[in-house]
Design a protein around this ligand. Structure first.
Ligand SMILES: [Zn+2]
Length: 216
């Protein structure tokens, strides 16, 4: 990973209310956003806020760093590259013919079974899943896209940070996430998966492991 070559504009994904409650996370993860030219700034802002809310209970802060050549590089405690592929515009421009149960929405690169901090998000497929749900007028299309992308990214972030491909029956780490789960009021990491996350990141005993299975 050539993190030293990445430059861009840093903006925090943390909502101000969350910062007041937990001003000092135990770990700050910087998401290095690549190939996201057609993602509206409002969509990225929603995505950053949503991802931060998911990981804040575990003492993990999240910042987004959008690639732009020529800008200075921030100090990064831990970095994960997130590459967006396809049409990442507002959800109302989705393509319905790609929608089917079990479609891969994103994936994490691995080598010899080891997960790498490199996530790719397939925007066309995320939008196709969103086509399954009719949205009200209360929020603009970029809001729903931002929330859905946040949950897809957070799902893959969990795989990287917890160093496991394992899925759960409930919550964010289900192997298949529906349009309702991607856009509903709240989607969290279930208790057991949360314990795995914190033990992997913060426990001195790194022997706690999990059986590796397939996943999105
Ligand atoms: Zn998965």
């Amino acid at each position: 990973m050539r993190f030293a070559l990445i430059a861009g504009v840093l903006f925090s994904g943390c909502a101000s209310g969350l910062l007041a409650e937990n001003p000092t996370p135990n770990l700050t993860v910087t998401l290095l956003i690549q190939s996201a030219e057609d993602i509206a700034p409002a969509t990225l802002a929603v995505m950053g806020s949503e991802v931060s809310q998911i990981f804040e209970p575990y003492g993990i802060g999240v910042s987004l760093f959008r690639y732009r050549s020529g800008a200075s590089t921030p100090v990064m405690e831990r970095a994960i590259v997130v590459k967006f592929c396809g049409d990442c515009g507002p959800a109302s421009r989705g393509v319905g013919d790609l929608a089917h149960s079990g479609a891969t929405l994103a994936f994490t690169h691995s080598v010899d079974g080891q997960l790498l901090p490199f996530i790719e998000v397939l925007c066309d497929r995320v939008k196709a899943v969103l086509m399954e749900r009719r949205f009200g007028e209360a929020q603009p299309p970029m809001f729903w896209m931002g929330r859905a992308l946040a949950r897809v990214v957070a799902h893959e972030m969990y795989h990287v940070l917890a160093n496991t491909k394992r899925h759960t029956e409930h919550g964010l780490m289900r192997s298949n996430l529906s349009a309702r789960e991607l856009t509903g009021g709240s989607l969290t990491i279930d208790r057991q998966a949360g314990e795995k996350l914190t033990s992997t990141l913060f426990s001195r005993d790194k022997s706690v492991g999990a059986t590796v299975t397939a996943g999105f």
